[in-house]
Design a protein around this ligand. Structure first.
Ligand SMILES: [Zn+2]
Ligand SMILES: [Zn+2]
Ligand SMILES: [Zn+2]
Length: 137
């Protein structure tokens, strides 16, 4: 199934703008987590930083993309599988390749449940595995 930027926008009742389509297109094509600087590096001739930043915030809020755990300075984002504006459910494992430095969603691998000591209330859990990805092996 080929996911198209315009379909993602329609599914989330978001207006189609050039910048939104361009950003989502990058996510669809690269299939790895992208940071705002990654996106700016490719799109800054067409769109200014503020517009890119605003659209990323909208996407986060509407369940189009989610934050991916990473030890880099800039936050990375990836497309959500099946989220909406009321709830994100991206409790899958993320994998960071130490060779090509990309991070990707391992969509169908759930984060194992961690038993916390009494009195601790978890709100969200992230799980990042580092290693060598399929294409770098
Ligand atoms: Zn999500
Ligand atoms: Zn790699
Ligand atoms: Zn993910």
């Amino acid at each position: 199934v080929v996911i198209k930027a315009v379909d993602i926008l329609s599914n989330h009742n978001l207006k189609h703008t050039g910048c939104r389509v361009a950003i989502l297109d990058m996510f669809c094509k690269r299939k790895v987590a992208l940071s705002q600087p990654d996106i700016e590096a490719e799109l800054d001739k067409e769109f200014d930083r503020v517009t890119i930043y605003r659209n990323l915030s909208t996407f986060l809020q509407k369940g189009v993309i989610h934050k991916v755990p990473d030890d880099a300075n800039a936050s990375k984002y990836a497309l959500c599988d099946n989220c909406d504006e009321h709830e994100h459910s991206d409790s899958h494992v993320h994998f960071k390749c130490c060779v090509c430095q990309t991070t990707q969603c391992i969509d169908h691998v759930d984060i194992p449940e961690v038993k916390l000591p009494e009195g601790f209330i978890p709100e969200k859990t992230s799980f990042l595995i580092e290693g060598t990805c399929k294409s770098c092996r």
